[in-house]
Ligand binder design. Structure first.
Ligand SMILES: Nc1nc2c(ncn2[C@@H]2O[C@H](COP(=O)(O)OP(=O)(O)OP(=O)(O)O)[C@@H](O)[C@H]2O)c(=O)[nH]1
Ligand SMILES: [Mg+2]
Length: 282
């Protein structure tokens, strides 16, 4: 009844305000949601309650993930991008990691050898890319003891390499990623040649690498990586914040130099893989 609804709501609100734990707070808010008047004028208030509930639920998730194991959650990002190797057990994840990075994980015939994420660095023309082998995916992965923690590392990546032994396993991994809202580009690993695979990884990361150079000096190594579509201006900003003010023009050698080698370009010029950029300052 309309009049009682007001009292019930007031009681629920009090329960929420007096709640000591996050779980109790959520319960109070849920009761508020149930007992609040539902009409046009209260829509905004209902939305606010819903938002509060999702925030609190998120806090609980984070706490649970942290409890499960702080170590893996804190893998530091290194290099220009992060790639994860995700697949079923014994599908060759560790073998692949040793092929494309400097890491030395244990490779064994038995299942579930890799229990913690294994981190390696892949070199692509001098650019470092972080590659992480995730422990094997099984059905209902997100409900496993450390599923959330591992999935948060996957979600914090730029690209997935998916390994599997047969179509059934491939479908399981795709389903688990889908269920956990992982929306990353995927490369399906089919024992591609290492160099071909590295090119595929680079292409899917949508990055460019370029070399900087000072007049009458050799090009600098290693190259610098940027997202595709970046310009001379982005490069100048990355080198030093004063560069933009002192910038006169740049000369470019490589793919993006359309007419002559050492073509003179301005700040808006778009960079391409392998370009050498010589900066001229005022
Ligand atoms: N025939 C064949 N065997 C492979 C291939 N890649 C790996 N293996 C073998 O398969 C077994 C498992 O390889 P791992 O690289 O450890 O597989 P993983 O996916 O890391 O396995 P877990 O970490 O245990 O989940 C090892 O005995 C490897 O020698 C491959 O391409 N072909
Ligand atoms: Mg392994």
């Amino acid at each position: 009844m309309a009049t009682n609804a007001g009292i019930e709501y007031a009681l629920a609100e009090r329960k929420y305000r007096e709640a000591k734990t996050t779980e109790e707070k959520i319960k109070g808010l849920e009761e508020m949601l149930r007992t609040a008047p539902h009409h046009k004028a209260s829509e905004k208030m209902l939305d606010q309650i819903k938002q509060k509930i999702s925030k609190l639920r998120y806090q609980i998730e984070i706490k649970r993930a942290k409890k499960a194991g702080i170590k893996s959650l804190n893998i530091k990002r290194e290099g220009a991008a992060r790639v994860v190797i995700v697949g079923t057990t014994n599908s060759g994840k560790s073998t692949l990691l040793t092929r494309i990075t400097n890491a030395k994980p244990v490779i064994a015939e038995y299942e579930f050898t890799t229990e913690e994420p294994e981190v390696g660095i892949m070199d692509y023309n001098g650019v470092n890319i972080q590659v992480i082998e995730m422990p094997a995916i099984i059905e209902n992965f997100s409900n496993t003891k450390r599923g959330h923690e591992f999935l948060s590392i996957i979600n914090d990546s730029d690209l997935v390499i998916l390994t599997y032994r047969n179509q059934k396993e491939k479908d399981i991994v795709i389903k688990e990623l889908w269920n956990s809202n992982v929306e990353l580009p995927i490369i399906y690993y089919n024992n591609q040649d290492v160099e071909i695979l590295k090119e595929m990884i680079w292409k899917n990361l949508k990055l460019v690498y370029v070399y900087t150079k000072m007049p009458s000096k050799d090009k600098d190594f290693p190259p610098v990586a940027f997202s595709k579509g970046s310009t001379v201006e982005d490069l100048a900003k990355k080198i030093h914040k004063d560069f933009i003010n002192k910038f006169k023009f740049a000369r470019i050698w490589g793919k993006s130099s359309k007419f002559v080698n050492g073509q003179q370009v301005g700040l808006k010029h778009i960079l391409e893989d392998g370009d050498v950029i010589e900066m001229h300052m005022k």
